[in-house]
Design a protein around this ligand. Structure first.
Ligand SMILES: [Zn+2]
Length: 378
């Protein structure tokens, strides 16, 4: 007879990797395989900090963790440099989808800024088409392994540049050819969404959805502008919405327990009560200092408070290469840090499915698929 193997203290007794996941906030230029960067760099004559895949992967993670924004941003110089040709974009997009599927992702929205990929002569439309072909090839490759994944592009404009209108038009032009939404990214502080007010109005007039990076490197003013000027249906990170929540502690006179009194401001009430999804990226938020105002370490991330208060919290990776994480890792981090169980992970996943930019019928099918998969676990 074989004795059952007893694990000393299993923190997690379920297979996180195979849980069906939804990824809403994941940058194409932040999710390359180190070996691919090396091959593509060689082909285009770009010099890298290392030509060893392991060392290069480590360099990316160390740069993201260095606390230096300059070093963090330098990492994107290298990924963007190898994504300037149709071949480069195709390969990166294809592998991106395969890596998402390996992580258990069944639906993913992939964001990237076409305007950053024109250095070798591609037009904006050609760049979007190359990525779309790569994404579709990735979906096909995943299908051949017996799994299923669905992906869409979030066409992103860089907020420090002045191409918002052009990129909004690009996104709408590709709405039935892979583009599912619009975003603005890059330096948040000092570059309010109101700079792109006309572009957002154009999108609204064309009934094209937008998510807006806000509440990461800047605070409530940026979130307010994302909602008002950007008509944001979701907030990229949005974590600093917690600055609009007052928590006071008091002793209960009868039980002598400490009780927390929570007061939401108008802005945080709006975000919670309207169900505006927060695309939270736990590890990235820690690395970039987005949550530094709430304390040190991942345990002071306000995502748990926001989740407990009923905000529409979704969990994402942001930049898998730079942060050295997968969505599975982020789930594991939440289980370890906040003691989340399967019910919590299901709720966070359903939040993401429902906040996706899919049409209603497809959204309902996705929700059903996730519910079924969780129901069949135990
Ligand atoms: Zn982001």
């Amino acid at each position: 007879m074989t004795e059952p193997i007893v694990d000393a203290a299993p923190a997690i007794d379920f297979d996180l990797k195979n849980l069906p996941k939804v990824s809403l906030h994941d940058h194409l230029d932040g999710g390359l395989r180190p070996a691919t960067i090396i091959e593509l760099a060689e082909a285009v004559g770009h010099t890298l900090p290392s030509t060893d895949p392991v060392a290069l992967g480590q360099w990316f993670r160390e740069s993201a963790d260095s606390g230096s924004l300059v070093r963090y941003l330098e990492t994107f110089d290298h990924t963007v440099a190898v994504m300037q040709t149709a071949e480069g974009l195709f390969r990166v997009a294809k592998e991106f989808v395969e890596d998402l599927a390996d992580d258990g992702v069944v639906y993913g929205e992939v964001r990237w800024a076409p305007e950053q990929h024109l250095q070798k002569g591609l037009s904006l439309d050609e760049a979007v088409e190359a990525v779309q072909e790569g994404l579709e090839a990735g979906v096909e490759a995943v299908g051949e392994t017996g799994r299923e994944i669905q992906v869409g592009q979030l066409i992103t404009a860089m907020r420090h540049a002045d191409r918002g209108q052009e990129i909004a038009e690009l996104a709408v032009r590709h709405r039935n050819k892979g583009a599912v939404g619009f975003d603005i990214a890059g330096a948040e502080d000092g570059f309010l969404p109101s700079r792109f007010r006309d572009a957002f109005t154009y999108l609204a007039q064309h009934n094209f959805p937008a998510t807006v990076h806000a509440g990461e490197a800047a605070g409530l003013e940026s979130i307010q502008s994302a909602l008002v000027d950007g008509r944001a249906l979701r907030l990229g990170h949005g974590v600093r919405i917690a600055e609009d929540i007052l928590v006071e502690f008091d002793d209960d006179e009868d039980t002598e327990d400490t009780i927390g009194l929570v007061t939401l401001g108008d802005l945080s009430s709006w975000v919670r009560d309207r169900g505006i999804a927060l695309e939270i990226c736990p590890s990235s938020n820690l690395q970039t200092g987005a949550i530094a105002g709430f304390g040190e370490g991942i345990e002071s991330h306000p995502l748990d408070m926001l989740y407990q208060l009923g905000f529409n919290v979704t969990i994402n990776t942001d930049n898998r290469l730079m942060s050295g994480v997968t969505l599975t890792d982020e789930f594991e981090l939440l289980v370890e840090t906040f003691d989340y169980d399967l019910d919590d992970l299901l709720e966070l996943t359903l939040n993401a499915a429902e906040a996706s930019f899919l049409p209603l019928e497809e959204k309902e099918a996705l929700v059903e698929y996730i519910n079924d998969a969780y129901a069949n676990l135990g």
